[in-house]
Design a protein. Structure first.
Length: 163
């Protein structure tokens, strides 16, 4: 009898355990992008309903990445089936860490862009400003004149000399 040594061995993880672990990691990976954006990212400038839609879209992206993670992890587990199970688990953990880091960075650095209507309004204002600038700089040595009606059609052109 060997009383000084513990001869009991801990069994190696079963492939079902590895798949369950990978599934838990994939589920947690699906929430990394929207949660990192919600906690540390830019706040939504407009209506709250649109902000929720943006978070749902980010969750769908995270879910797609989680499915890719699960499929790649299963392929790696199949490729490493003759080797120690620890390698497949270590590969899952390394892949999860890399993807979680990339998704966290993407969630933090995500920016909202203007809608087409707001972008059109801003472009219109920029066009009006450039018209004013060109009218001011085109007449060198003369008193600058600007036709307000060409800039904003709401204004009518009036002659200052008429009563």
């Amino acid at each position: 009898m060997n009383m000084g040594r513990n001869t009991m061995r801990i069994p190696l993880p079963h492939p079902v355990f590895q798949a369950a672990l990978r599934l838990c990691l994939a589920i947690s990976l699906a929430g990394v992008l929207p949660l990192s954006h919600l906690w540390w990212g830019e706040t939504y400038p407009g209506d709250g309903q649109h902000a929720f839609g943006a978070l749902v879209f980010m969750a769908m992206i995270g879910l797609g990445i989680a499915v890719v993670f699960f499929v790649v992890g299963s392929a790696v587990q199949f490729a490493l089936r003759k080797r120690k199970h620890r390698r497949a688990i270590l590969t899952d953990l390394v892949l999860w860490t890399l993807l979680a880091g990339v998704l966290t960075y993407a969630g933090i650095s995500a920016r909202y862009s203007d809608t087409q209507e707001e972008a059109g309004n801003r472009a219109s204002l920029r066009g009006q400003a450039s018209t004013l600038t060109s009218a001011r700089t085109s007449v060198i040595g003369q008193e600058p004149t600007v036709d307000i009606a060409s800039i904003n059609p709401a204004f009518e052109s009036h002659d200052a000399r008429t009563p």
